[in-house]
Design a protein around this ligand. Structure first.
Ligand code: PLP
Length: 405
């Protein structure tokens, strides 16, 4: 690209790249390909009828609230609804500390805008959510990566680094059924992390889009709830939630539950971005939820996704060559695969696409490079039958390239 404009790009804008996953989706959208690549919910599960009814009611009964400019903080009834949902998770918080965002993705960008400048340190899990890296790279921070295992973030390692002087602007983590690995921070590590936050005044961004999608047991208490219980108010944790995975991502509505003193800054930052999140979609969600949509919809959704998760775990056990490992997520949308030592997921991808199956090579989720042997599989979008077929194809592809090398 050479235009008078490209010459004048700001240094931060030069750091921007397209998401590798979004680029790949163009290829994997071909109908013949069984794609485990996108982080996509199952479209047949979208609650279309309930949203249609809610939309009609909103437009007939309260067109002004839905169509006029609204407050940057969000539609008041929806903020109260979110606050009551958070209370059920153990975080008693007033609606004034809930800010509606245009998806969690916007919340991540808002946090970058408020807290990051060139060389600022951000601590992230390795691997971590690609969209967070993408949101923050234009602010040119340095990423410090922390390992994770089957119990989530290695909190003991974080403690060692903090004791050695690490002082990040904040720690970012996906606490439940992480994207990309599917692992969940254990209760013991949650408690230990909240103690570290208190000891070192460590700010934590808890991103939790998948918490409601639990298949094997109760949902773990958010870090935000533990922090608030310890201090009598939310102090160290900013919590990000979203309706994307439980209703539909096209709604583009999420929320931030933040310590009281931070709310005005978040509002100022959001004003510059979009004035406010769409009033129409906020009112539709509120209307639908008032009529019990989440209570009706979530059990069905969990059951569908649990079947698909089980189909993928069974197929992996049957089809993966020896030496391949994978996570056993208790919820969410992803399984993380580690190939045997000599294999490289990115070089395997063209062969997989030839076999009409797609995945995301894991290296894109590594803030500072690495992860060449890893790949991410989404289990919510394909049907159980497609999952069985797709994993068999993937197993053959991996076995085939293992025998070549
Ligand atoms: C960890 C994580 N955070 C944030 C998002 C963005 O979600 P939203 O649709 O609410 O913007 C995603 C989407 O996949 C995600 O996986």
């Amino acid at each position: 690209m050479y235009t008078i404009w490209s010459d004048r790009l700001a240094p931060g804008a030069r750091q921007m790249t397209s998401s590798a996953i979004r680029n790949m989706l163009q290829v994997t959208e071909q109908p013949a390909i069984i794609s485990f690549a996108g982080g996509l919910p199952a479209p047949e599960c979208f609650p279309t009828a309930a949203l249609t009814t809610a939309a009609e009611r909103v437009l007939v009964e309260q067109p002004l609230a839905a169509l006029q400019y609204g407050p940057t903080e969000g539609y008041r009834p929806l903020r109260s609804l979110v606050a009551s949902q958070m209370e059920q998770l153990g975080l008693a918080i007033p609606a004034s500390q809930v800010l509606i965002s245009s998806g969690s993705q916007q919340a991540l960008d808002l946090l970058g805008k408020l807290f990051l400048d060139p060389q600022a340190l951000v601590a992230v899990e390795e691997p971590t959510y690609l969209g967070a890296l993408q949101a923050w790279r234009p602010y040119r921070p340095r990423f410090v990566t922390l390992p994770l295992d089957d119990e989530g973030l290695d909190v003991a390692e974080l403690a060692r680094r903090l004791a050695n002087g690490l002082r990040p602007r904040f720690l970012y983590l996906v606490s439940c059924f992480q994207n990309p690995t599917g692992v969940t921070l254990s209760p013991q590590r949650r408690a230990a992390l909240i103690e570290l936050a208190a000891q070192y005044r460590l700010p934590i961004v808890e991103d939790d889009p998948y918490g409601a999608l639990h298949y094997d047991g109760a949902r773990p208490q958010p870090l935000a709830a533990l922090d608030s219980a310890r201090h009598g108010a939310l102090r160290h944790v900013i919590y990000l939630g979203t309706f994307s995975k439980v209703l539909a991502p096209g709604l583009r509505v999420g929320w931030i539950a933040a310590p009281a003193d931070l709310v005005p800054k978040l509002v100022q930052a959001k004003q510059g971005l979009d004035l406010h999140t769409s009033g129409l979609t906020q009112a539709i969600i509120m209307e639908a939820c008032q009529h019990g949509l989440l209570e009706q919809h979530l059990p069905q959704l969990r059951s569908t996704y649990c079947t698909r998760r089980d189909a993928m775990l069974t197929a992996l056990a049957q089809c993966m060559p020896a030496g391949t490992r994978w996570t056993q997520p208790a919820g969410g949308m992803f399984i993380w695969v580690t190939l045997s030592a000599h294999l490289n997921a990115a070089t395997l991808l063209p062969a997989a696409l030839e076999q009409q199956v797609a995945f995301v090579p894991g290296e894109t989720f590594y803030a500072n490079g690495g992860g060449m042997r890893t790949l991410r599989l989404n289990f919510t979008h394909a049907t159980p039958e497609q999952i069985t077929t797709g994993i068999a194809r993937l197993g053959q592809t991996i076995a085939g390239s293992a025998s070549i090398t």
